[in-house]
Design a protein around this ligand. Structure first.
Ligand code: C5P
Length: 228
């Protein structure tokens, strides 16, 4: 028995890690597996939403019944999410987006014979996609961001989260501790959900599916409030 509280809603989820090419065979990437984002997409589908998954690089399969738009780089993800946002009720940015990309993408492999013992890369900032969505969104659209942080201290983690929620302009920010052995590529997760003012709304932990449903409970309550 699953509540159909997202029936008739259009939900866009981004998931996975972007890859920023250096040359035809190499990229800068990150350790996101896409598990949490795919779990959110799957849970939204199960609750009746029509779901578009903007998929960067995933290590997990996408369940049936979800429309997938495949992307690779941050700039591709920006184009795809921005397009999918029109007509959406909810956008959830679970993707791990590269903050920087190589300033130059070589057409030929970088060769160690030519580089010698060191190689410096110049990187340029990628746009903050989430902050851009917050500015461009239609009224009523519920926008959810994720924040993966390595901060160990609880109070400092919450401070970071509050500042980020305000800076990004999200309705909800899902704070997620990550490290060598937690967050990324794991089966379970532990998150703190912050509201638009950066206050803690709820903590959720357990399987990525139960964390997904915990997040969607709050999303659904915001939608209900908006439609009255
Ligand atoms: O600033 P930070 O990378 O911690 O923010 C994380 C949130 O912002 C995630 O929801 C991620 O999808 C999004 N993001 C983005 N564009 C970037 C970097 C992160 O939309 N360039």
């Amino acid at each position: 028995r699953i509540t159909q509280d997202l029936a008739g809603r259009r939900v866009v989820v981004s998931a996975g890690g972007t890859r920023e090419p250096l040359d035809p065979v190499r990229f800068l990437g990150n350790r996101s597996s896409g598990r949490q984002g795919v779990a959110v997409a799957e849970a939204a589908r199960a609750r009746g939403a029509s779901v578009v998954l903007v998929a960067a690089h995933l290590e997990v399969p996408v369940p049936a019944g979800i429309e997938v738009v495949q992307v690779s780089t941050a700039l591709e993800l920006q184009v795809a999410v921005t397009a999918a946002m029109s007509g959406a009720d909810v956008v959830i940015m679970a993707a791990a987006v590269a903050d920087y990309r190589p300033a130059e993408v070589r057409n030929e492999k970088i060769k160690k014979e030519e580089q010698g013992d060191t190689l410096s890369l110049e990187l340029v900032r990628n746009p903050d996609i989430l902050a851009g969505l917050a500015e461009a969104r239609a009224p009523g659209l519920v926008l959810v961001g994720f924040a993966a942080e390595t901060e160990r201290d609880d109070a400092r983690l919450l401070d970071l989260g509050r500042a980020k929620a305000l800076r990004k302009g999200t309705d909800l920010l899902v704070l997620n501790r990550v490290g060598w052995n937690e967050g990324f590529a794991t089966e379970s997760n532990e998150v703190i959900v912050l509201d638009a003012t950066g206050d803690k709304v709820v903590e959720a932990s357990g399987s990525k599916s139960s964390v997904a449903n915990g997040i969607l409970d709050i999303v659904a309550s915001l939608l209900v409030r908006d439609s009255r």
